[in-house]
Design a protein around this ligand. Structure first.
Ligand code: NAI
Ligand code: MG
Length: 491
């Protein structure tokens, strides 16, 4: 196996190759100039008459105007959802509910390309990820929960599971359509109706989903999709007609929501930030582990709550791992998200890029050593080079705070106990990765790590059947799998 001070051969990947541009066509995409609010099965104008722009973060060009919902619009949407719940959805035989959800899943598959392109344009993620990861998972999620709709009594034996009522759902910009699916599919399968708000920088795939839902013939008001900023989200949280809040986003807003619902009867699930440890033991298959590290942090520009942003490498393989990592990031293609070769697309917004750059400066000021790939960034749009920080102190802010960008911090360790302590020494606890040849090490770590998900010899793998969620400041409640059902039921 790999030993410490041997000469590390330089990786000869595709360094120096020049890829011809391979842009995905957007000619099949139908987008309107202006989007209204989807309430009660219709697109309706916002009460305020106000609209805001959603832009393409890869070129800073406006894509469309989107309605800004105020409290009056939120009230309308909640009332539409309540009427649909009382009059139609909760009374409908579960088997029939399931058929509607299956239909939505099939329609998404039919239009997968269009959804993938819009996701990439509006959010900045590489088309190959939108196409191969996000959209297939979205369809799978609807298929999976459609199957549960008429089998809830088997999920909860000897109980009579009942829906909660109207769910208010607020989602972020890192996986816009996938988060909409994670929220909507289980809610509907359990017999709830929904008011969903996508993030202000990535509203378009949710609005396209609204069009698809309208075409699917889903009874009006069962799903309402309204757009706006934090204030719109707060109006959903504070509306007395809401029975459940499901939120994914920043820990700061999660805390505000938790306070707002305290003392009410609203149920709440929060999926918040992360600062996941990715742990490489010296007996790990190093080349695979390097790929896992790359996938763990640079996937989706590091806009992933479970990103493996803190790397822990056992001392004896440190030099080898770092050299291979540096060689590997040199080969990553950063640029146009619509190009099929692109590995790292655009940072979602100027605000997020500023935030990442702030942490790059903090890291340098704290005395960590920064390494970036030598790639050229496009002149326009929001981009960040893949970055590695070595010589990072456990107490440094770049090792403690969520950066949410393509930025990896590296620390070393000698023993299992040491790495478990270091890995757990964070306010978060969403996920972790372990790379080793030994099953016993995996079991030891998975039982001692305070993380909702622990991947062994892989990273960032998702499946609708597997529950996902965190400990501590990463939130509470689980989404996905059978566990994801109980978030939308009284049992
Ligand atoms: P954010 O938490 O402000 O936004 C997420 C969603 O919450 C958006 O739809 C937003 O409109 C809504 N929102 C904002 N304020 C609200 C309020 N008071 N009440 C109800 N809804 C509200 O996240 P932001 O500002 O976009 O990102 C900041 C940081 O949060 C990122 O740098 C990252 O560290 C973290 N984040 C984590 C995510 C995750 O998946 N866990 C996703 C997005 C951001
Ligand atoms: Mg946008």
């Amino acid at each position: 196996m790999s030993k410490s001070n041997k000469e590390v051969p330089k990786l000869k990947l595709n360094q120096g190759w020049n890829y011809a541009p391979a842009p995905e066509s957007a000619s099949h995409v139908k987008l309107k100039d202006k989007y209204d609010l989807f309430i009660g099965g219709q697109f309706v104008k916002p009460t305020s008459g106000k609209y805001f722009d959603t832009i393409n973060p890869a070129n800073e060009e406006k894509i469309a105007k989107v309605a800004e919902a105020n409290t009056a619009d939120v009230d309308k949407a909640v009332k539409a959802a309540r009427t649909a719940y009382d009059k139609v959805w909760k009374k409908m035989p579960p088997k029939e509910r399931g058929k509607y959800i299956y239909r939505i899943a099939r329609l998404i598959q039919e239009r997968a390309r269009e959804f993938a392109v819009i996701e990439s344009m509006d959010g900045g993620k590489p088309i190959k990820e939108a196409r191969d990861v996000d959209v297939p998972l979205v369809a799978n999620h609807f298929f999976y929960y459609a199957g549960w709709a008429d089998k809830l009594q088997y999920a909860f034996p000897n109980r009579i599971p009942q829906p909660l009522g109207v769910a208010g759902q607020i989602i972020p910009w890192n996986f816009p359509l996938l988060m909409a699916a994670w929220k909507i599919a289980p809610a509907l399968a359990c017999g709830n109706t929904v008011v969903l708000k996508p993030a202000e920088t990535t509203p378009l795939t949710a609005l396209k989903l609204a069009e698809l839902i309208q075409e699917s013939g889903l009874p009006e008001g069962v799903v309402n999709i309204i757009t706006g900023f934090g204030e719109t989200g707060a109006a959903i949280v504070n509306h007395p007609g809401i029975d459940k809040i499901a939120f994914t986003g920043s820990t700061d807003v999660g805390k505000i929501i938790q306070k707002a619902v305290a003392g009410t009867n609203k149920k709440v699930t929060l999926e918040l930030g992360g600062k996941a440890a990715n742990i490489i033991f010296d007996d790990a298959p190093i080349d695979q582990a390097v790929e896992g590290i790359i996938n763990g942090i640079y996937f989706n520009q590091g806009h992933v709550c479970c990103a493996g942003s803190r790397l822990f490498v056992q001392e004896s393989v440190y030099e080898e791992v770092i050299q291979k990592l540096k060689d590997r990031i040199e080969t990553l293609i950063v640029g146009d998200p619509m190009d099929k070769n692109t590995d790292i697309g655009a940072i979602n917004s100027r605000q997020q890029l500023d935030n990442i750059n702030k942490y790059l400066k903090i890291g340098a000021d704290e005395g960590a050593e920064m390494y970036q790939s030598s790639c050229n960034l496009p002149g326009k749009g929001f981009f960040c080079k893949p970055t590695i920080f070595t010589n990072v102190a456990q107490s440094s802010r770049i090792a403690q705070e969520e950066i949410f960008g393509p930025v990896l911090t590296v620390q070393t360790f000698r023993t299992d106990d040491e790495v478990i302590e270091k890995a757990n020494n964070t306010p978060f606890g969403l996920s972790a990765g372990v790379w080793t040849d030994k099953g016993s090490k995996i079991f030891n770590l998975t039982t001692k790590m305070r993380a909702g998900v622990v991947w062994a010899n892989t990273y960032n793998k998702f499946d609708p059947t597997a529950p996902f969620g965190g400990y501590k400041e990463s939130g509470f409640g689980r989404e996905g799998g059978l566990h994801g059902l109980s978030a939308y039921l009284k049992v």
